[in-house]
Ligand binder design. Structure first.
Ligand code: 13P
Length: 258
């Protein structure tokens, strides 16, 4: 994305923060976003969704996301959360298919596909995560893995204009490791993802689907990563937990120009 166009910066808090910590963070963030045209989304734990969405209401630039959901409309599924409960709590987005869910909770492309369809039906914007492992990367299988995750994850998905879906390229080897994909490598993967989306949805719709990069994003590599023309934003884990560090990411162009 050209550096002067607004990007979508998503903070994925994973299984961190209490409600009080979240509210302090959002109040501070509300001041910090005044300096940027970038859009900001916080993907918070379920227990924080409602209060976070309420606190963020007065700052239209900050939106709230969930980190997971069940594919069923409702039913006897103890411990699960339905899409309409997320919208009811104030979420606009939901992260689906994160590699931690695929790896630790056995989520398959098929199951993730059911969730994507349910989220779209209920008016949530899915942030569908895809990405190859270290072994797959080293054996030259990146494109094969990405293609399967996109086409299987989006089977029978029909889009109105492309703005109702977001993809996130998160190479597994880059998540929480401190090793990020270089700007050139990220753009190469994103441009491949865009081509697969064009095959599936046509050029016009594919051009409106935002593709985020995730994996060891920090204030020092933000500019490099956002230089790629198919990199429309970032999905930030560890560096989103501290509001000042996250501020350096969302306001990176301000600091660059200063
Ligand atoms: P890190 O930024 O901690 O590498 O995590 C990335 C991630 O998994 C975001 O969803």
């Amino acid at each position: 994305m050209p550096l002067d166009s607004p990007s979508l910066i998503v903070g994925n808090w994973k299984m961190y923060k209490t409600r009080e910590e979240a509210l302090d963070y959002i109040n501070e963030l509300a001041e910090k976003v005044k300096g940027t045209s970038n859009e900001v989304v916080l993907a918070v734990p379920f227990t924080i969704l409602y209060s976070a969405a309420k606190a963020a209401k007065k700052t239209p630039q900050i939106k709230i996301s969930a980190q997971n959901m069940n594919d069923a409309k409702e039913g006897a599924f103890t411990g699960e959360i339905a899409a309409k409960m997320l919208t009811d709590a104030g979420a606009r987005y939901v992260i689906l298919g994160h590699s931690e869910r695929r790896r630790y909770f056995g989520e398959t492309n098929e199951f993730i596909n059911h969730k994507v369809k349910r989220a779209l039906k209920e008016g949530l914007i899915p942030i569908l995560c895809i990405g190859e492992s270290k072994e797959e990367n080293e054996s030259g299988k990146r494109e094969e893995v990405l293609r399967a995750e996109i086409l299987e994850g989006l089977a029978d998905v029909h889009l109105k204009d492309g703005k109702e879906l977001i993809l996130a390229y998160e190479p597994i080897w880059a998540i929480g490791t401190g090793v990020h994909a270089g700007g050139k490598e990220a753009e190469e993967a994103h441009s491949f993802i865009r081509e697969v989306l064009k095959e599936k949805f046509g050029d016009e719709i594919a051009s409106h689907i935002k593709i985020l990069y995730g994996g060891s994003v920090n204030p020092g590599n933000t500019k490099e990563l956002l230089t790629g023309k198919n990199v429309n934003g970032l999905l930030v884990g560890g560096s989103s937990l501290d509001v000042n560090t996250f501020d350096h990411i969302i306001n990176f162009n301000k600091q660059v120009n200063e």
